[in-house]
Design a protein around this ligand. Structure first.
Ligand code: TEU
Length: 574
């Protein structure tokens, strides 16, 4: 597999800098804090670090609202601190990719300031999406927005500018105006900025909502879903009319001069397998892989993420299998359970009770890392960190949650019910500080953390887990090591077994690098808190047990083996 790209055997670790490690006691994580903690990542064995945004920002959306693309926010340090971190990462044989947020900027970015202040017809007006009020309405009054699109963060997707009497589009917060990618000057400015970071030595980009940058220029009204207040504009901006043209252009302008060295991953809300095959087909030279949202939408009810419903395992297995199948021959998957936008994996997909937490976290990791694709480990998930307790709305910091609560309660929703949904699905769950040890503030800061540390850090922390070979940390280390040593993990094909089983997740990986030279891996996992009978395929009894989260488990027999709660194992047959 020597001619395969390096990132097919790599594992990426996502750092949310604000919550990773604080070096100067201001309660917010920073770059020097990361540099000091690199040995944790080296021991884990990860290959690439993805840094969530550290650019200057008003922090309306915790840095995903950028006001200067070529700097470092003082909250996180300086460009010198960045260069020092990058050199330290490279010195340890790891790579670093930046978070590229170019669907929108901050409303405090100079580009937007000149676009707004230049008024209609101004030279920078068409860097963003400005439109007059809907015909026949009074500008600035409810219903006068240019179309009926809703924002991802509640309310309308348009903000009124009284100075010009026009509105600007923002799919996210009002402080995140959407850039107009129809304008070639916008695209060239983005490419120039990307080249600036590549020349600084970074190894690629995670591209924020990159499949939203092409909009249908007519900006038509969307369907208003039952009980909804705003139109669904997604048919007009998810994978819009020119998205492949733009990404192919970006590849030519930015990535092509760096063949074989970079990693590019597009975050793509709403992307389908068919589209992902186009985006990640190497022959099309667009991006290396994409983040799908299908598997993290299965527990959303009709009202969306804050209308959670129980997740059925067969649905999750089928979704993952469909993406394995769809990108099996052409293209490539990224694999994740969590990130800074999702609740903690062990709380959402596992059982975070003291009895089952370690076992369920390691079972979930085993299943994910043995799929075909590049795994992403979100900071703290290698420790099995859990959702945090939120006593009231005042404990939340994320504007998505705060705005949802304000909007829904203003329209009569029961505050207690809204709060329950935020506790289960709110993004702050994944943003509590990384738990390094059992001391005050978990060793994250010597000051007061911007978001309280989860009280369970006395039990769940990196120091305790480094000392425990059966810990979630060491299981992740073994899984990552397996990807580096067993080619079948990265290159084997995928066959789902027992698709309808409500508790067992079983699948096969088969790798035949040369005719007759076959390696097969059998993954069996009980994703429930009860013992479960697991039918085993014939011919596997007595095969090598390559990895397990339950040493001393029952031997694999035919026709079945009983797996203890959350027991996961990998057998190998050559
Ligand atoms: O997230 C895109 C995105 O779709 C999420 O906002 C998701 O829809 C939402 O959290 C509900 O699950 C990216 C970033 O990862 C996120 O942190 C930013 O808030 C968002 O884009 C805007 O930049």
């Amino acid at each position: 597999n020597a001619d395969e790209p390096w990132w097919k055997t790599a594992v990426v670790y996502q750092i949310y800098p604000r919550s990773f490690a604080d070096s100067d006691g201001d309660g917010v994580g920073d770059l020097r804090g990361i540099t000091r903690r690199l040995d944790h990542l080296v021991e884990l064995g990860v290959d690439v670090l993805w840094l969530s945004p550290v650019y200057p920002s008003p922090h309306d959306d915790n840095g995903y609202d950028i006001s200067d693309y070529r700097g470092i926010d003082p909250l996180f340090g300086t460009l010198e601190d960045f260069d020092e971190l990058l050199a330290a990462v490279h010195a340890r044989g790891m790579r670093l990719i930046m978070d590229l947020v170019v669907n929108h900027t901050s409303d405090e970015h100079p580009w937007f300031v000149s676009s707004r202040d230049g008024g209609p017809g101004g030279p920078a007006r068409d860097w963003y999406w400005w439109r007059p009020a809907r015909p026949g309405t009074v500008p600035g009054t409810p219903g006068a927005e240019p179309n009926n699109w809703g924002s991802f963060f509640s309310g309308p997707a348009w903000e009124y500018d009284p100075a010009s009497g026009e509105y600007y589009l923002h799919l996210f917060s009002r402080k995140q105006p959407d850039l107009n990618w129809e304008n070639p000057r916008v695209r060239q400015a983005v490419y120039a900025m990307m080249r600036w970071w590549l020349e600084r030595g970074v190894d690629g980009f995670r591209m924020d909502v990159i499949n939203l940058v092409s909009k249908d220029p007519a900006l038509p009204d969307g369907e208003v879903p039952g009980g909804g207040r705003w139109g669904d504009g997604s048919p007009y901006y998810v994978c819009g009319p020119r998205i492949h043209e733009y990404l192919a252009e970006m590849h030519r302008e930015v990535f092509a001069p760096h063949p074989g060295t970079l990693l590019t991953v597009g975050e793509m809300p709403g992307v389908t397998v068919e589209q992902a095959r186009l985006f990640t087909d190497p022959a099309r030279a667009e991006v290396d892989m994409v983040f799908t949202f299908e598997h993290v939408g299965l527990d959303h009810g009709p009202g969306g993420k804050f209308d959670p419903r129980p997740l059925r395992l067969p649905e999750l297995k089928a979704t993952m299998a469909r993406w394995q199948e769809g990108l099996g021959e052409v293209g490539w998957n990224s694999l994740y359970w969590g990130n800074h936008d999702q609740p903690r994996a062990v709380s959402r997909f596992g059982d975070d009770s003291p009895r089952h937490r370690t076992r369920s976290a390691t079972a979930l990791a085993t299943v994910l890392h043995l799929h075909r694709g590049t795994p992403y480990v979100y900071q703290g998930d290698e420790l099995g960190m859990t959702n945090a307790p939120f006593a009231s709305i005042h404990d939340f910091r994320d504007l998505e949650s705060l705005r949802h609560h304000a909007e829904e309660t203003a329209h009569g929703a029961d505050p207690a019910e809204v709060l329950d949904a935020l506790r289960v699905m709110g993004r702050d769950n994944a943003r509590t500080p990384v738990q390094w040890d059992a001391t005050a503030h978990a060793g994250f800061t010597t000051g007061t953390p911007w978001l309280p540390v989860n009280p369970d850090h006395t039990e769940i922390n990196a120091a305790a887990q480094r000392a425990d070979p059966a810990s979630v940390f060491h299981h992740h280390r073994r899984l990552i090591g397996l990807r580096h040593t067993e080619p079948a993990v990265a290159f084997g094909d995928f066959t789902l077994l027992l698709p309808d089983d409500e508790r067992i997740w079983a699948f096969l990986r088969r790798h035949e690098p040369a005719p007759g030279e076959v390696t097969e891996l059998l993954v069996l996992a009980n994703l429930s808190s009860e013992p479960a009978r697991c039918p085993a395929p014939d011919g596997w009894a007595g095969t090598e047990l390559l990895l397990t989260n339950h040493p001393g488990g029952a031997p694999l027999t035919f026709p079945a083996v009983t797996l203890t709660p959350w027991e996961a194992r990998v057998h190998r047959r050559v």
